[in-house]
Design a protein around this ligand. Structure first.
Ligand code: AHR
Length: 504
């Protein structure tokens, strides 16, 4: 059997994990808001019309932050449409996704939902069709206490206390020609800078995310980041990254290698940020908000056939299979490995739209990708350790050399627990894992969890929601300071190591 040798050392640390790395995203798109989180009249609705079954799953995921309200949607959005009495709210053509937006849910309802879900809101402003003044008004409405036009308007709308949103996106994917109000890097950089300065004058406690490229394949990638940051380096805190992967060719090996691309993408964006830092002789470091990432392709064909200008159609309803769960697990490992620079990340999205959670009139269920997201968020807390892997690799035309075993170790210092995540991308053979634990004496395996499946394309459906689920395993052990385990072929793995003699 091939072996992956891994070394970790208690002293060689990457960074403490920012909990916001396990965030998600809800856009006014398809059935994410309407029928996903909000469905008055449904048997699942609570007194405010929120679906209790969705809330239960979001709470189980313990999502720390949810980006809202878009996405492409935000670039044509008038936030004022979604506040105040519902009967006065207009229905509008929503050109980003060619639908009708009824505005039954706006920022107030979403904030109430977020409170119930136990999560924070990451708010986005429209820098497509709108600009500095509307962004400032929105911030004043949300975060100012009292005594000004916008803060008093919020009170009139029934919300006494400010919402106090702390993290804001300066638009969405402004480099993309598909974006409403698309701009050149220079145009956007200037607008972002002026908007950021005014927003921070109004509320200096906020943090701001400026739009990076909407993918590493964009022709302007690299230069976009350098130019935009050249304009607004001093006034923003994070640059955004987005990526989605697909398996159009039905080639699992290549598909699973996509996380190598994500890894390089992060390194390249950090290099662009640091280039501007050097150029400006700055002491400030711009970090990453990876605020859209996932697998997205299953729904592409059926979406082309959807009717236009209707409310809440079944858009982007990808049904995820087992290999998608493997890649999502690997993408989470990639984010963790870069925890020194990636401080926020959002699995796109959360409900019904390219999402871990699906709903219908008869219930809510967990897609395959739900589980690596759940378990990495739950146990991937504390400090990421430098994880040196010396193991087998394979070649792909699209992404070059890929590691067969993708692995990261985390030390949860609060729980005194070492947690190891590993994906075996070899779809034919198991691989032995031999992980040397330096300066961690006396630990033993407390729990071993695996996701495996005899069919790479198996899915969870409403009728059969338990087809692809994690399973507990035994068989791994710590011998002479080495974790020894067998990673089954095509598997996602979690090991929790505790001091010998400690209970669960
Ligand atoms: O998440 C779906 C869409 O993908 C978002 O609206 C957009 O930002 C990205 O292109």
């Amino acid at each position: 059997m091939k072996t992956a040798k891994v070394i970790v050392d208690r002293d060689f640390q990457v960074s403490r994990i920012d909990k916001r790395i396990y965030g998600s995203f809800i856009e006014h798109l398809g059935r994410a808001v309407y029928e996903g989180i909000y469905q008055p009249g449904s048997k699942f609705a609570d007194e405010e019309g929120f679906r209790k079954d969705t809330l239960e799953l979001v709470r189980e995921l313990n999502v720390p932050i949810v980006r809202y309200p878009g996405g492409n949607f935000v670039s044509g959005y008038r936030w004022e449409d979604g506040v105040g009495p519902k009967e006065n709210r207009p229905a509008r053509l929503e050109p980003a996704w060619s639908v009708v937006e009824t505005n039954e849910v706006g920022l107030g309802e979403f904030s109430n939902w977020a409170d119930k879900a136990g999560t924070q809101v990451m708010m986005a402003v429209n820098l497509g069709t709108r600009g500095i003044q509307e962004a400032a008004d929105l911030l004043e409405y949300c975060n100012l206490d009292k005594g000004t036009r916008m803060s008093e308007l919020r009170k009139q709308h029934g919300r006494e206390k400010p919402y106090g949103f702390k993290l804001w996106c300066l638009g969405n994917e402004m480099d993309g020609p598909w974006q409403i109000g698309h701009k050149t890097a220079r145009e956007y950089g200037r607008l972002a800078d002026e908007t950021a300065k005014l927003m921070k004058t109004i509320d200096p406690s906020i943090e701001l995310v400026v739009c990076g490229s909407s993918g590493s394949g964009m022709p302007t990638f690299g230069q976009w980041e350098a130019t935009v940051l050249d304009e607004c380096y001093d006034s923003v805190d994070y640059v955004s990254m987005h990526t989605y992967y697909a398996d159009h060719e039905h080639d699992t090996r290549t598909f699973l290698a996509s996380s190598e691309d994500m890894d390089r993408f992060i390194t390249d964006v950090c290099a662009a940020c640091d280039y501007v830092k050097a150029k400006k002789h700055s002491n400030k470091t711009i970090n990453i908000s990876f605020d859209e990432w996932n697998v997205w392709y299953h729904s592409a064909q059926q979406d082309r056939k959807l009717p236009k200008w209707v409310r809440a159609p079944h858009q982007l309803e990808d049904v995820y299979d087992f290999q998608d769960a493997l890649l999502v697990g690997s993408m989470l490992i990639t984010l963790l490995r870069h925890a020194d620079r990636v401080k926020v990340a959002c699995l796109a999205q959360l409900v019904n739209v390219i999402a871990p959670i699906m709903t219908s009139d008869t219930g809510a269920w967990r897609q395959t990708i739900y589980y690596p997201y759940l378990l990495t968020g739950k146990y991937g807390q504390g400090i990421v350790l430098q994880t040196l892997v010396d193991g087998p690799t394979y070649e792909t035309e699209k992404f070059g050399t890929a590691r067969c075993v993708d692995c990261v170790a985390v030390y949860n210092d609060e729980a005194d627990e070492i947690v190891v995540f590993a994906v075996n991308k070899d779809i034919d053979e198991p691989i032995a894992l031999n992980l040397e634990l330096r300066q961690f004496d006396g630990y033993e395996v407390g729990e071993q969890v695996v996701m495996v499946c005899d069919d790479l394309y198996a899915v969870n459906t409403e009728e059969d929601p338990g087809r692809v689920v994690p399973q507990c395993r035994t068989g791994s052990a710590v011998h002479n300071g080495h974790l020894e385990a067998v990673l089954e072929k095509a598997s996602w793995n979690l090991f929790r190591l505790r001091r010998a003699g400690m209970d669960n």
